[in-house]
Design a protein around this ligand. Structure first.
Ligand SMILES: Cc1cc2nc3c(=O)[nH]c(=O)nc-3n(C[C@H](O)[C@H](O)[C@H](O)COP(=O)(O)O)c2cc1C
Length: 192
């Protein structure tokens, strides 16, 4: 498959089987991430691979934080919401948290570190596609939750760019029909 075909074939897949990708597959995806472009060569990415019980442990923290945000937890509707939050990461056998370091040097911009890590995430998505794995980039409130960052061993000022869900697809891919680049592109100084 060419890169172009891989790019076009890739789709977010939210439903995965319980089959866990191998350690070698996960390491292959992580290695792809480290080849992303990054300004000043700061390699601002951090990865935390969550498998097995770690997914439930982080889910418990997410549910606690949601309970605090919601206040009154004494009704069935709220309990259902909390249960959903608690089990969110169990939707795939592996979740890789991908975070961007807050820069320490004055010439390195925080936004550029985040941009570099977003490029790393795209490398991961495309590599997953290439080796036949399903992947889904998710964020949500948990990405901004200081308790989650602390539990993951991240600094409070680090930015969680993605919870990358990985596994084997349990549903078929649908075709994507993006708006044509022609509607998004301005050509300046182009002479035929
Ligand atoms: C920064 C970012 C955050 C995202 N967060 C979520 C999310 O929290 N939940 C979700 O279902 N999808 C999330 N997505 C995935 C998008 O929903 C998905 O890429 C989009 O629907 C296009 O589908 P495709 O990836 O199949 O092309 C996120 C994507 C990006 C780039």
């Amino acid at each position: 498959m060419t890169i172009f075909e891989t790019i076009k074939n890739r789709r977010s897949i939210g439903k995965m089987t319980d089959q866990r990708p191998t350690r070698a597959q996960i390491e292959h995806i992580l290695e792809a991430a480290t080849h992303a472009p990054n300004h000043h060569k700061v390699e601002p990415w951090k990865f935390i691979v969550l498998a097995g019980i770690a997914r439930a442990e982080i889910g418990a923290i997410m549910a606690n934080s949601l309970a605090k945000r919601l206040g009154d937890t004494a009704n069935d509707k709220v309990q259902a919401l909390l249960n959903k939050e608690r089990t969110k990461l169990l939707r795939s056998p592996i979740v890789i948290v991908v975070a961007a370091e807050q820069p320490h040097q004055p010439n390195v911009l925080a936004i550029e570190n985040i941009e570099a890590v977003a490029a790393a995430v795209q490398n991961m998505l495309l590599t997953a596609e290439e080796i036949g794995l399903a992947a889904m980039w998710r964020t949500g409130d948990a990405a901004f939750d200081p308790h989650i960052k602390q539990w993951l061993g991240l600094a409070p000022e680090d930015h969680i760019v993605a919870f990358l869900y990985l596994g084997y697809p349990a549903i078929p891919k649908l075709a994507r029909h993006p708006t044509s680049f022609a509607e998004k592109t301005t050509w300046l100084g182009w002479e035929e």
